[in-house]
Design a protein around this ligand. Structure first.
Ligand code: ZN
Length: 273
């Protein structure tokens, strides 16, 4: 499932072909993804110029020149790739955007957990997808003080807490494991005890992990590709994720796998406490 770095990578890849460009045609090839497309979605976008593309949590936002904002979520398996318009459509190409300059961007999503919605600039903060969200981990609002305040009194594990979008957005299973290893914090530690020095280690550990992943084009586990069609490379530098039984880079321990909240957690008992 794409996490923050993969979505950021997709935004960056789309900017060159979409920002400042007019959408000449928007074709929906079915009536829904995870949920139906909003009524009039294609016609609302057609003829509009994409003013700016940015990311909010794991959502791609296309800001249009008339104040509308298209919201796109890649779900589990969604891809947005820049494709030669002459190339034959593939089975799971559900949405095709064509710009006036003749570039084509195809949204392909075999599992159809993705979604698209439409709102306005002024409606964005109150949109149901964003209303209850915590801070973006790469924003100035995500400080050690803010994180420990959000975790205060929580008895759940820190690993499970990091996946809670009300505490911080965009961090999924992979980057939670990686950031905790980097911070030397056990994923089993009670979330409420991550304060003071630990919070001061965890915030930069999360940010460094995400920034390095973005620089590597994200992690291509199953589905992620950059809009150029290139894979992401960060999976090659995972420290613990998917490395059960391997020696930890601390040279003292072995990476273990446990299940927390129904998901695999990878960590090292020797360097994480
Ligand atoms: Zn270790």
């Amino acid at each position: 499932m794409p996490e923050l770095p993969e979505v950021e990578t997709v935004c960056r890849g789309l900017r060159g072909v979409l920002e400042g460009h007019r959408l000449a045609r928007v074709e929906l090839r079915r009536k829904d993804l995870r949920i139906p497309f909003p009524k009039g979605f294609a016609s609302a976008l057609t003829g509009r110029t994409v003013r700016r593309i940015d990311r909010r949590a794991k959502y791609i936002l296309l800001h249009l020149d008339d104040g509308q904002v298209a919201i796109i979520h890649l779900g589990m398996s969604g891809r947005m790739t820049i494709t030669d318009p002459a190339a034959p459509l593939e089975k799971h190409d559900h949405v095709v955007f064509t710009t006036e300059a003749g570039k084509q961007i195809r949204f392909n999503d075999p599992r159809r957990f993705g979604l698209m919605d439409l709102t306005t600039e002024s409606g964005l903060d109150d949109h149901k997808l964003f209303k209850h969200q915590g801070p973006d981990p790469l924003s100035a609002a995500f400080t050690p003080a803010a994180l420990s305040a959000a975790l205060k009194g929580r008895k759940t594990s820190i690993k499970v807490a990091l996946l809670d979008q009300r505490i911080v957005v965009g961090i999924g299973n992979i980057y939670a494991c990686e950031a905790l290893q980097r911070a030397g914090i056990s994923p089993k530690r009670k979330a409420g005890t991550v304060a003071g020095e630990r919070a001061k280690r965890l915030v930069p550990a999360i940010q460094e992990t995400l920034r390095e992943a973005i620089a590597a084009g994200g992690s291509s586990l199953r589905d992620h590709v950059q809009p150029s069609g290139e894979l992401g490379y960060f999976q090659h530098t995972w420290r613990v994720y998917g490395r059960e039984g391997e020696a930890c880079r601390c040279n003292r321990g072995t990476v273990q796998r446990i299940i927390q909240g129904g998901r695999s957690t990878f960590f090292c008992r020797q360097c994480q406490s």
